[in-house]
Design a protein around this ligand. Structure first.
Ligand code: HEM
Length: 398
């Protein structure tokens, strides 16, 4: 960036969340941030690394393929995309994979990474045989501060597959969602310099110019929380969700004069969190404007308190996201560190000619602030098609 070359921020944060998640889950950071960053497609790079930018967020500039960490990360992403494609065909997906399983082909690289880690954890456990059942139960109850999810799980089961599935499940749940929020947070900061200034002022006054944020700092930064919620409202990382009815029922229509809706039993009901979060009848006439203050001023009492289910980035009820606090902490930590170092962000979607949305999308009736400058897409989670290219101005701390 010092040389004036824009960077794909989406690529950077998806590496960051992968490294953070693998450290937390397995105690082994895959260090995907060590691999070279892709260059903008419009820039003639001096090395073979001239990245073309990618359709889905990825750690893969062309040059990144040489890095060993990248094998696992790429395979995981490809398996995720192939799994998401199955969702479109519902029960008939096996017909579309008659000649070969499109997920399995990517799993070898995933297994090569994770199997030895699980084996090591199980071996370590077998070496610490407990003297009695009581001692064993005590060990299960105690959770060390630095304990990884893997170390915790092996206390309860020796089943290699269960441990692998549980850890990969959390990697899937926690990584892309957080990376999406950080991507669109930086987009919002680039589009709203006055918000950036206010958020940065809060960071500098609560945390300081170079200190590490503590949990108390994160709790204290009220504008940070409101800002993050506004990003989650307008660009929810899980844009679509579904539930299946158990019993037959009728739903009251919210539109006056419209008949009630009958839902038969065992019916899959899809709903769009993205569209719900942008509805003027639920959020007020300024629903499409980016404004973190709506989570701080009288609009909270007016819209959110009487109807909390209008804000569902983490869903609600018995299957609410288990990592919500983890996510708020990780997002606040990263944004704090970013704003300590940088005082300005400029959007440079011209760095990838296909990153800006076509006119129909750009000016759709649901566009934020009347104009979307990033092309939003989703497989399971939301991402910016062809990346989020930005330039950042370094902060001057003299
Ligand atoms: C901004 C970040 C995040 C968002 C927007 C998000 C969103 C969601 C949503 C919408 C669900 C419900 C899915 C459903 O309808 O069943 C969910 C479930 C879940 N999330 Fe998150 N998530 C985030 C971060 C995380 C993190 C960091 C972790 C773990 C460290 C995590 C772990 C989970 C788990 C385990 C579930 C399944 C809960 C269950 O089914 O009982 N999430 N998340």
């Amino acid at each position: 960036m010092r040389e004036g070359i824009p960077v794909d921020w989406q690529d950077v944060v998806s590496r960051f969340t992968m490294d953070a998640a693998t450290e937390f889950l397995f105690g082994k950071d895959v260090r995907s941030l060590d691999a070279p960053l892709p260059y903008p497609s419009t820039y003639a790079a001096p090395t073979p690394f001239s990245g073309a930018g990618t359709e889905a967020p990825s750690v893969s500039g062309a040059g990144a393929s040489v890095h060993p960490a990248d094998r696992f990360v790429r395979a995981f992403l490809s398996a995720l995309e192939a799994t998401a494609r199955r969702g479109r065909f519902l029960q008939s997906w096996p017909l579309f994979e008659f000649w070969g399983d499109k997920v399995k082909q990517h799993l070898t690289a995933v297994d090569e990474f994770i199997d030895p880690i699980v084996e090591d954890a199980l071996r370590e456990k077998s070496e610490k045989v407990s003297a009695s059942v009581e001692e064993d139960n005590k060990r299960k109850e105690q959770v060390r501060d630095d304990e990884t999810l893997l170390q915790h799980l092996v206390k309860f089961t020796d089943d290699h597959k269960v441990i692998k599935d549980e850890t990969l499940n959390i990697l899937l749940a926690g990584r892309d969602t957080t990376s999406c929020t950080l991507t669109f947070a930086v987009y919002a900061l680039a589009e709203h310099p006055e918000v950036l200034k206010r958020l940065r002022a809060e960071v500098l006054s609560v945390v300081g110019p170079s200190q590490r944020p503590t949990y108390d700092n994160v709790r204290e930064m009220k504008y940070m929380r409101a800002f993050t919620n506004e990003v989650l409202r307008l660009w929810p990382p899980v844009p679509l969700n579904s539930r299946c009815s158990i019993r037959p029922m009728t739903w009251k229509s919210m539109i006056a004069g419209e008949p009630d809706i009958y839902i038969p039993p065992r019916t899959r009901c899809l709903y769009s969190v993205l569209l719900m979060h942008r509805r003027k009848d639920l959020w007020g006439p300024d629903a499409l404007m980016f404004d973190p203050d709506r989570f701080l001023d009288e609009r909270v009492q007016k819209y959110l308190v009487p109807n909390p289910f209008i804000f569902l980035p983490f869903n609600a009820g018995p299957r609410i996201c288990l990592g919500q606090q983890f996510a708020y902490n990780e997002i606040s930590f990263m944004l704090t560190r970013l704003l300590q170092r940088f005082s300005g962000i400029t959007l440079r979607q011209d760095a990838h000619p296909a990153a800006a949305p076509p006119p129909g999308v750009e000016r759709s009736p649901y566009a934020v602030d009347g104009c979307e400058r990033v092309w939003m897409r989703s497989h399971l989670t939301t991402y910016a098609k062809n990346g989020l290219w930005v330039e950042m101005e370094e902060a001057n701390h003299e």
